[in-house]
Design a protein around this ligand. Sequence first.
Ligand code: MN
Length: 250
Amino acid sequence: MVRTLIDSHCHVDLYPYPSDIAADAERDKVVTLVVTNLPSAFEKALPFIRNMKYIRLALGLHPLTVEKHDEMEKEKFVRFVSKTSYIGEVGLDFSPSYISTKGEQIKSFRFVLECLKEKQKFITLHSRKAESTVLDILEEYKRPPLVFHWYSGSLKHLERAIEQGHFFSFNPSMIRTAKGKKIIERVPPERVLTETDGPFVKIGKRSAIPQDVAIVENYLCTAWSTSISEVKKRIKTNFFALLPQGQSLI
Ligand code: MN
């Protein structure tokens, strides 16, 4: 019986008490991928989670922090890339508030993909309103399958991402909207992962915590007409499929 919950995208460092969130997830054996927005945030978090078994730290260069992507951060990205199997959050965001930094974002995203050339990594990706450019660039770099986190684009681009072999992580917010449900319906189970995107996703008035991926698992039970243990087995297999060879989940 697979008991493990997997939160493949959580901003643990952005909660008021990050160590409590990490310690609770570790205690409850929730495999939690801690994404960061800058390499300096990765550097800061590393000593805290180094000895934890279920907490994994991802190296990120988030499109919404593009003003801070200076030489120092890029140098740190290069330095830390060999220290982890996990990359995120990276990607592009062309929504109205951020479209003005489009050019700089693309430069950063290309920089990330250059650093990852020939390297097998688990990558969790942001693609809001930039789905087609993201797909074009991934194709250009011949990037092996990665994870589109909280995909919210068109079904047309979704089909293209599925065709390219990519995966998708679903969170408790997506299961509450008609569009999110439609996306979940279209993605084959063998490409599905679970996430919270905490603290940004809310459960009622509180921020979602890694344990809340159980809500998504329950939704998938109904959507796929299967048992909770089959859902867990599926998610675990999918997560494992994206890890560099020889890496175990726990
Ligand atoms: Mn995020």
